[in-house]
Design a protein around this ligand. Structure first.
Ligand SMILES: [Fe+2]
Length: 633
């Protein structure tokens, strides 16, 4: 049976071609349109999928989608709003307002004993000054419960109007475009978070698990809890909208001057430098958590975060939000683990892009195994919806082997792209991996383009930039060169067999999920000593463990590198231009390589020196040629 999964069209629209419960092709539209998080019907990805799989529209049995139609989503949105009107009251916000007023009267000094790379000037630590009337509004809503409440109602009404219009628009577009392929009659729709739950459980390979879905919004809710096992996936609880941890975190991302739904990772990195205790109580006063549920008072009043950012440094605001996210999510997870007696946790939904939160959940007493779906955001719902359309009996027992599910390109196609750009290249055949390791061992930087493209937000060695992890200054230097602000180091790729000596708590129960860079671990002294460029200020790293089964070529590169240097870790950051999607085709790779001034491109079996012709060996020379502020992860 063939099922085409399509993820929500509002952002990062993605197709997943599934045959008898296994993904045979999956690709986000952004990789082909070259527009980050591309919205709309994924025509390009669908057509490429047809080409690569040989499927035709007629051969498809079902189309699966991760939202109900516009009318049903509108009904659920209004029902959630009506329920929230009964829950909210200004009285409950008194403690939050009192705490904010107290904080306004106390001394606050930024702890400057630790500098944050990228925030060189003390003024960078704070948001730029706001106009007097903005300051007055922010402070008033934070200090007065009635105004806090009114702001929530106002912004929630606006959110409801926009969300209903958006759902109708995307639902209509989905049906209209499917009609063009003759597929509208095969469309099957699912509750949004059920699709997240399905992808994480079925991909995990676990026999049973507690399924935790924490998200922004979906089908009237913002997440759910499930018990999954031999008999299927049973919903135990739904976290009701608007008490959304996804929106909670978006609010701090936006208030600190970053782009919500895109730059949340920067907040996670920044948080490690701050003092969470300064603003923690204020935030905790805005939560009600009992019996495994999470509710947020005046959840849509995003001005409260801006009021905090008027006076407190970004690092301290970020630290409080991260800490409170971890506290409330872990409290809920603990409750459901106890209720069910389950020892394994699987996670999906946008909030689980937060690698530090995932570590905290894995560290809960009694948890023996954890798995985070590699495409935990809505792009992954294409696969989850398809799994639900197959049904439990077909979907079970088919763990995800790897995330290399996108298109690949032949050596002939790569050669044509190189020739089109007039690049000199060397055919290395079986010696390619050793040659790449040699460049890296000489402190060179290599862009690797090989095999099938990764499914999900992380580059895992097939569309990656690789370089040595031994010099922590390289991170900041590279960030400067690339015109980006990152507060967490780039992630390490490591030989899987070396993991126990590099990362603490590494055990069988997280080996699989550690192949996808979705969870942090505390690093060992050896890791900190050998590969400091990959270790964050809090002593953690977000590794990709590379096995010979998942990526033989990347594993060989690491093996050769280890033989040459004694170090089993390299930095792996995504291969893309600044704020562009990860490269998809050989032509994309050649363009990013040339404009990015990377020392070498290793595409398929070809090794290509940068056409500037300079000697790439040696760190100083390698640094000198990285002049263009153009690449980012
Ligand atoms: Fe979602």
């Amino acid at each position: 049976m063939r099922i085409l999964g399509i993820s929500p069209l509002d952002k990062d629209s993605t197709v997943s071609f599934m045959e008898d419960g296994r993904i045979v092709f999956a690709c986000g539209e952004e990789r082909l349109s070259r527009v980050k998080l591309q919205s709309g019907f994924p025509h390009l990805a669908l057509k490429l999928g047809f080409e690569r799989t040989g499927w035709t529209p007629d051969s498809i049995d079902k189309v699966a989608y991760a939202f109900f139609d516009g009318d049903e989503e509108a009904r659920l949105i209004r029902a959630a709003q009506a329920a929230d009107a009964k829950f909210q009251s200004a009285d409950k916000l008194a403690a939050s307002a009192a705490t904010y007023r107290e904080l306004s009267d106390t001394d606050y000094q930024l702890d400057q004993s630790v500098r944050i790379p990228g925030l060189d000037d003390a003024s960078d630590e704070f948001m730029p000054p706001k106009a007097w009337w903005k300051r007055a509004i922010y402070q008033a809503t934070a200090s007065h419960p009635t105004l806090d409440q009114r702001a929530h109602r106002k912004y929630y009404r606006e959110w409801v109007t926009n969300a209903i219009a958006d759902h109708k628009k995307w639902s209509d577009e989905l049906e209209r475009e499917l009609d063009g392929y003759g597929l509208r009659g095969k469309l099957q729709r699912f509750q949004h978070h059920d699709t997240h739950a399905a992808n994480s459980f079925y991909a995990s390979g676990f026999d049973d698990a507690l399924v935790l879905v924490l998200d922004g919004y979906g089908s009237g809710c913002c997440g759910g809890v499930y018990r999954a096992g031999e008999d299927g996936i049973e919903n135990l609880h739904r976290y009701q909208f608007p008490y959304s941890l996804g929106i909670f975190y978006e609010q701090v991302t936006s208030a600190l001057g970053f782009r919500p739904s895109r730059h949340e990772g920067k907040i996670v990195g920044l948080a490690a430098y701050g003092r969470p205790e300064l603003l923690r109580d204020l935030l905790l006063h805005r939560f009600e958590t009992d019996n495994g549920d999470i509710r947020i008072l005046a959840a849509q009043n995003y001005l409260i975060t801006r009021a905090m950012a008027l006076r407190f440094a970004k690092r301290d605001v970020a630290a409080a939000y991260q800490n409170v996210l971890e506290l409330v999510a872990c409290e809920s997870a603990r409750y459901w683990l106890k209720e069910t007696g389950l020892k394994r946790v699987v996670m999906s939904g946008g909030v689980h892009a937060n690698v530090k939160l995932n570590q905290r959940i894995f560290e809960i007493d009694g948890v023996q195994s954890a798995f985070v779906y590699p495409n935990m955001g809505d792009g992954g719902c294409a696969s989850g919806a398809a799994m639900l359309a197959f049904g439990h009996e077909t979907a079970k027992g088919k763990p995800l082997a790897d995330a290399y599910l996108g298109p690949d390109y032949s050596d002939d196609e790569i050669r044509m792209a190189l020739q089109a750009e007039g690049l000199d290249y060397e055919e290395c055949g079986d010696d390619l991996e050793r040659r790449v390791a040699e460049v890296l061992a000489n402190d060179g930087i290599v862009a690797r383009f090989n095999g099938r493209m990764e499914y999900g937000p992380r580059a895992l060695g097939n569309r990656s930039i690789l370089y040595p992890a031994k010099d922590p200054e390289v991170n900041q230097w590279l960030n400067d060169q690339l015109g980006r602000t990152e507060f967490m180091p780039f992630a390490p790729a490591a030989l899987a067999e070396a993991a126990p000596k590099l990362f603490k708590g590494m055990q069988q129960g997280v080996a699989k999920t550690s192949e996808f860079m979705t969870i942090t671990f505390d690093c060992t002294d050896e890791m900190i000593r050998q590969s400091p460029a990959a270790v964050h200020v809090d002593g953690t790293a977000r590794p990709q463990l590379v096995t010979p089964e998942s990526n033989p070529s990347f594993h060989k590169i690491l093996q050769h590198y280890e033989a040459m240097t004694g170090i089993s870790v390299l930095i792996n950051t995504s291969f893309n231009m600044h704020e562009e999607p990860i490269v998809g085709s050989p032509a994309d790779a050649v363009r990013a390589f040339v404009l990015g001034n990377i020392d070498y491109l290793a595409a398929g079996q070809f090794l290509i020196p940068h056409p500037s012709g300079r000697d790439r060996s040696g760190k100083a020379k390698a640094k000198a040629i990285h002049a263009a502020p153009s690449i980012s992860s």
